[in-house]
Design a protein around this ligand. Structure first.
Ligand code: GLP
Length: 233
């Protein structure tokens, strides 16, 4: 794992953007898996600025959504859908045919996971997977526990996830999410993990210890040979 520490969020984002652009130059139709949350927000904003100066760079890239809350419905501001539309799809002018997504409006999350798995198989592999580290060490909604799951699945949310800023302000407390699984993530050609935000000391220490455990799903990143981990110190 290539680990880099930053004291400045802007410097971390600049490094992240240079890495994304390196990959887009390598593969113009790059499939980028996108996490939501606060960690990658600055990176997405920087990418939008890049789009304004070089729109052609992004004209073929494809986006796949990492995870989604269950039960909010497609128009809710809490959804990862809403976040991605506003922070990545509109700013980079990603057309519908270049976007693969868990359905925020699904009545049947299990079925939606099967559909997503099929789309990933058809369109994959993921070229660059952009991840944030959860406060409890999760990746997407691969939550800590006795075991991790390889593929797309419905996850029972840990309480730390239920209190995540994306959903904390509203009246609905989500109980479940849908997410790509750990094998789906680890099958990516390259992984970029952004570690920033309050309350992550324990998760960060667990990840950095190099001990691989299902109690810290992010620790499985040590099994991948092309991970860049950018950490706010
Ligand atoms: C949520 C999101 C994930 C995100 C994670 C970390 O669970 N669904 O996609 O990576 O939280 O979020 P943050 O970066 O806000 O700490």
């Amino acid at each position: 794992m290539n680990i880099e520490y930053f004291h400045d969020y802007a410097a971390m984002n600049a490094r992240g953007v240079s890495l994304v652009i390196e990959e887009v130059n390598r593969r113009p139709n790059l499939m980028l898996c996108a996490a939501t949350g606060s960690s990658p927000l600055g990176l997405y904003r920087e990418l939008s600025d890049n789009f304004n100066s070089q729109p052609n760079l992004f004209k073929e890239i494809r986006i796949i959504k990492l995870d989604e809350w269950v039960g909010f419905g497609k128009n809710a501001e809490e959804t990862c859908e809403h976040y991605l539309i506003n922070n990545l799809l509109k700013p980079l002018n990603i057309s519908e045919d270049r976007y693969i997504s868990f359905d925020p409006d699904t009545q049947n999350p299990e079925e939606d996971c099967i559909r997503m798995q099929g789309l990933l198989k058809e369109n994959g592999p993921i070229d660059l997977c952009v991840l944030g580290l959860g406060r409890n060490g999760h990746l997407g909604f691969n939550e800590p526990g006795e075991y991790i799951q390889p593929n797309c699945h419905v996850a029972k949310l840990a309480s730390a996830s239920q209190q995540h800023a994306m959903v904390a302000k509203g009246n609905i407390t989500p109980t479940h999410g849908v997410t790509l699984g750990m094998a789906d993530i680890l099958s990516s050609r390259r992984i970029l993990v952004l570690v920033s935000g309050e309350g992550k000391e324990e998760a960060k220490d667990n990840l950095m210890s190099g001990k691989i455990t299902t109690e810290c799903p992010a620790s499985f990143l040590w099994l991948h040979n092309n991970v860049d981990c950018l950490i706010m110190d």
